[in-house]
Design a protein around this ligand. Structure first.
Ligand SMILES: Nc1ncnc2c1ncn2[C@@H]1O[C@H](COP(=O)(O)OP(=O)(O)OP(=O)(O)O)[C@@H](O)[C@H]1O
Ligand SMILES: C[C@@](O)(CCOP(=O)(O)O)CC(=O)O
Length: 514
């Protein structure tokens, strides 16, 4: 049996803090999802041909997409004082920047770690890295298969093909890792952060497989993270920023690594020296290039972002929907920030007010977490599932639920004000109507547009009761103004996870399907 390493990362929902979280003064509430992205690394067997001792193959296949257009093959060659990574099938399948950069930066870091451990002989460290890529048995290299839970991509067509309506109750009928008909660029994503979860699981599975790091069996933001986990975080942030061509806030990578938490970003200057390096596909093994190493900049002690523990209270549920209004997602961030610059005084007022409401939401949700053990907690949630939160507050838990509802409305008001002032449809009127109607369903606390907003998605925070969920499902399936397709995902606290093949439903079948 060839050696195999499987790592998964959760998707994300930025419940509160969109735009604000780009600025270190403010933080955001990021909730990880139960839907995950998997990266499976397996040793390739030795080849029958006389394989070159100074070369290894690394192939990465997006398992649920057409394999002819979704397998990227690279060779890693040791040549003098360099390791060179080259894609061999670019003419046939094109590039996948997120994969190519993740591979290169992971190998670069792996090389630097080995060099550090071995006391500084560059070429020897390069040889050792190549040996690890080829595995104990001297195989051809590594085969990676990446697979995302169905939620990451729109499943409207797949449901229609099974004659199923786009309802929550239909989703379990889809095969896990359902095969999608078109290549990735022609596939609609749902906003769970496929590229961040891909990069995070990919770099971690490779570092782990090459014995560069060792991970705890599960990672959440509650315990203090290990140095290896923090290093994975900085590497994934770096690779993701390079592939995106910009330094975003990084909340998506942070939740892919640590799970649900309150996120405060790292200073852009942490990554500037690495982002400014000229692009290259080689790793120099010469010790005279010590100044251009990545490791010193990725050292966790240099990173000033923070993750503060936070989770949704027991008995509440996050429901998500992919809203396909048929619009392009324009570059909202640039326009909003332009407006913020132009009208600094007004924007600061809005930013501060919105931040206060976001932090109030965090305080109320944490207040509910503290009450989870109270004798009346479950009964109060049952009460809330039937009422529309009007009327007399019957307990402190009820007070908190009512306040959560009010605070979600305040946050939405601020986002609409931002929309109006900046001219960017963060919560456009179509979404307002959908959110208002959804918030009117008994047992729904409220909702909003996650992250940057727009027409793409909505989230609801509800009492986790089958009646409430099916009432939401009914409303959404009868909604005519836009097509609303629910996702299966719930909130989940965990971040990166080591997986075993048997424990993930459908994974074994998906890995053997070509
Ligand atoms: N299953 C996959 N296999 C390989 N690459 C993928 C896969 N899913 C996404 N990608 C990569 O991520 C890119 C999409 O990244 P982009 O940053 O545009 O979207 P995103 O913000 O992650 O989207 P969303 O949040 O909607 O998932 C794709 O072009 C592809 O390079
Ligand atoms: C607008 C912004 O704050 C959030 C974007 O979130 P999302 O990708 O729409 O979930 C940008 C960022 O944080 O990088």
């Amino acid at each position: 049996m060839p050696r195999q390493t499987i790592i998964s990362s959760p998707g994300k929902v930025l419940l509160a803090g969109g735009y604000l979280v780009l600025d270190r003064q403010f933080s955001g509430l990021v909730v990880a999802t139960s839907s995950r992205f998997y990266s499976c690394v397996t040793d390739l067997p030795p080849s029958d041909e006389i394989s070159s001792t100074n070369r290894a193959t690394i192939s990465v296949r997006a398992g649920q997409f057409p394999s002819t257009s979704s397998t990227w093959v690279y060779t890693l060659t040791l040549s003098g004082e360099e390791l060179v990574l080259e894609q061999t099938n670019e003419a046939e399948v094109g590039k996948n920047k997120f994969i190519a950069i993740s591979l290169l930066k992971t190998l670069e870091l792996a090389y630097e770690k080995i060099e550090q451990e071995q006391g500084g002989d560059g070429v020897k460290a390069g040889e050792e890295l190549l040996r690890r890529v080829k595995g104990e048995t001297g195989g051809q290299g590594l085969e990676v298969v990446v697979l995302a839970d169905n939620d990451f991509y729109s499943q409207r067509e797949q449901l229609a093909a099974l004659s199923l309506p786009p309802r929550l109750s239909s989703l379990p009928s889809l095969q896990p890792f359902t095969q999608l008909p078109r290549p990735i660029p022609q596939t609609n994503k749902t906003g769970l952060g496929s590229s961040a979860a891909l990069v995070t699981s990919l770099v971690t599975s490779l570092l782990s497989h090459l014995s560069i790091i060792s991970l705890p069996s599960s990672s959440t933001s509650s315990g203090s993270p290990s140095t290896d986990l923090l290093l994975v975080h900085s590497l994934a942030q770096y690779a993701h920023c390079l592939a995106q061509g910009k330094v975003g806030s990084g909340f998506d990578i942070s939740s892919a690594v640590f799970g649900t938490h309150i996120y405060r970003r790292f200073s852009r200057s942490v990554l500037t020296p690495l982002m400014d390096k000229p692009p290259t596909s080689t790793i120099s093994l010469s010790s005279s290039t010590a100044t251009s190493k990545a490791l010193p900049w990725l050292d966790p002690s240099e990173w000033d972002g923070s993750t503060t523990p936070f989770r949704l209270p027991k008995g509440l549920r996050l429901i998500l929907a992919d809203v396909d209004a048929g619009t392009d997602t324009p570059s909202f961030v640039g326009k909003v920030l332009e407006w913020r610059k132009r009208e600094a005084e007004k924007a600061t007022e809005v930013w501060k007010g919105l931040d206060k409401a976001n932090m109030q939401l965090e305080k109320l949700l944490s207040g509910l977490v503290e009450r989870e053990g109270d004798a009346d907690y479950d009964a109060t949630l049952r009460w809330a599932a039937e009422r529309k939160f009007e009327g007399h507050a019957e307990s402190e838990t009820a007070d908190l639920l009512i306040e959560v509802r009010a605070t979600l409305l305040v946050i939405r008001e601020y986002l609409r004000e931002m929309s109006e002032l900046s001219g960017v449809p963060i919560e456009p009127p179509e979404q307002t109507r959908l959110l208002d109607a959804s918030s009117d369903v008994p047992g729904v606390l409220g909702g909003g547009v996650p992250g940057a907003g727009g027409y793409d998605a909505i989230f609801l925070l509800t009492i986790d009761s089958p009646d409430v969920i099916s009432a939401v499902d009914d409303l959404w399936s009868s909604w005519t103004e836009m097509s609303v397709c629910p996702l299966l995902a719930k909130q989940s606290d965990g971040g990166l996870r080591i997986e075993s093949l048997e424990d993930v439903k459908g994974l074994k079948e998906a890995l053997t399907r070509v």
